[in-house]
Design a protein around this ligand. Structure first.
Ligand SMILES: C[S@@+](CC[C@H](N)C(=O)[O-])C[C@H]1O[C@@H](n2cnc3c(N)ncnc32)[C@H](O)[C@@H]1O
Length: 338
């Protein structure tokens, strides 16, 4: 298992992200004899060994299932143990593109926080690049250090440091950074310390990630004073779309359903309960137009072949991705005139 590349088959000791529901994805290390318990059933680690990543795994008692996902930075972000607010993929993917992070990039990141973004940076920079990440909160630093080692992110160096006071230099390292990402309450205090660790021969890009517009204001002023150029602030607003099947219904059926609901309300809950406990002989009836429509109180599974379905797409009602403003800037190397 590695965040840098992909493999097919699960082995003992591997990290698997158990997809239980959209809102519940659990990281587990596969260990013989252990059981992963959920309210949807329990799942034996022994049986995961030899299964393919991406496969659906049935519960041991014959009910419920999970999917066994390969740990990519994108899935890790949705399953990691939160120690802080984190950067999600709509922001991290945009930042990586705007800062031109590529294999070989030398990245400076502070603070590490839950190391969500550190994983994306490490994967994109590959082993030919390097991520220097800094965290001043000791328990968080220790957790992140342990996690980066467990995930064998060999191109990361984490330092326990207050970068606003003590800067970014790391003993024995020529940092020579060309990408900077600051997710700190006061990036303007850290900016002057970058001068000694960023590249003087390559273009350097920076992104400061701040939830308040007042922070953006101060950051822009500090960037201008220090000679950064092309300063621009953007907000990423992503909206997810999903597809599902909707049952084809006639107007007659829709009117009947409204009547059923109204009569249910009028006659009270008892009538509704009686209806629900009646065992329907067949789960559908035919409308005058020839469509099959489910009988009252019948539960129908999406896509049930007894009915007609149409594929529909729906978007989330709200845009949930905004967590911060992204302030970008660049430093262009000075060309010496002869
Ligand atoms: C919001 S979190 C970063 C989350 C991270 N980007 C992620 O995706 O997981 C901010 C972190 O910066 C750390 N921090 C704040 N000021 C710092 C400083 N002066 N030096 C180093 N770390 C600092 C905090 O302790 C916190 O863990």
């Amino acid at each position: 298992m590695s965040f840098y590349e992909y493999k097919d088959t699960i082995a003992e000791g591997d990290l698997v992200l158990a997809y239980v529901t959209r809102a519940l994805i659990k990281p587990i290390y596969v260990k013989k004899g252990e059981i992963f318990n959920t309210r949807y059933g329990h799942f034996e680690h022994d049986k995961m060994i030899g299964m393919k990543y991406g496969e659906q795994m049935p519960g041991a008692k014959g009910y419920g299932f999970i999917h066994l996902l390969y740990p990519t930075p994108e899935w890790w972000t949705l399953s990691l143990p939160h120690r802080t607010q984190i950067v999600y993929t709509p922001d991290s993917s945009y930042i990586i593109q705007r800062l031109n992070v590529t294999p070989g990039s030398r990245i400076i990141e502070a603070g590490t926080g839950s190391a969500s973004f550190t994983h994306s940076f490490a994967r994109t920079a590959t082993l030919s690049g390097k991520v220097f990440t800094y965290e001043f909160h000791e328990p968080r630093y220790l957790e992140a250090k342990k996690e980066l080692a467990e995930h064998q992110l060999a191109n990361t160096t984490i330092t326990h440091r207050d970068v606003c006071n003590d800067g970014f230099n790391v003993e024995g390292e020529d940092i020579d950074g060309d990408v900077v990402f600051l997710d700190l309450p006061s990036p303007w205090d850290a900016l002057p310390h970058l001068e000694s660790v960023i590249s003087s021969t390559r273009r350097v890009g920076i992104c400061c990630f701040s939830p308040c517009i007042e922070q953006v204001d101060r950051t822009v002023k500090a960037l201008e004073d220090l000679g950064w150029t092309q300063i621009e602030m953007v907000e990423v607003a992503a909206r997810r779309w999903g597809t599902r099947k909707e049952m084809v219904r006639t107007v007659e059926d829709a009117v009947q359903r409204i009547r059923d609901i109204q009569s249910g309300r009028k006659n009270g809950i008892e009538v509704m309960k009686r209806g629900a406990s009646e065992e329907p002989s067949e789960k559908f009836q035919k409308t005058s137009k020839g469509y099959k429509t489910p009988k009252k109180s019948t539960k129908v599974k999406e896509g049930d072949e007894d009915f007609q379905w149409v594929n529909v797409t729906k978007s989330e009602a709200e845009i949930k991705s905004h967590t911060s403003y992204l302030t970008f800037a660049y430093r262009i190397p000075k060309i010496e005139s002869k």
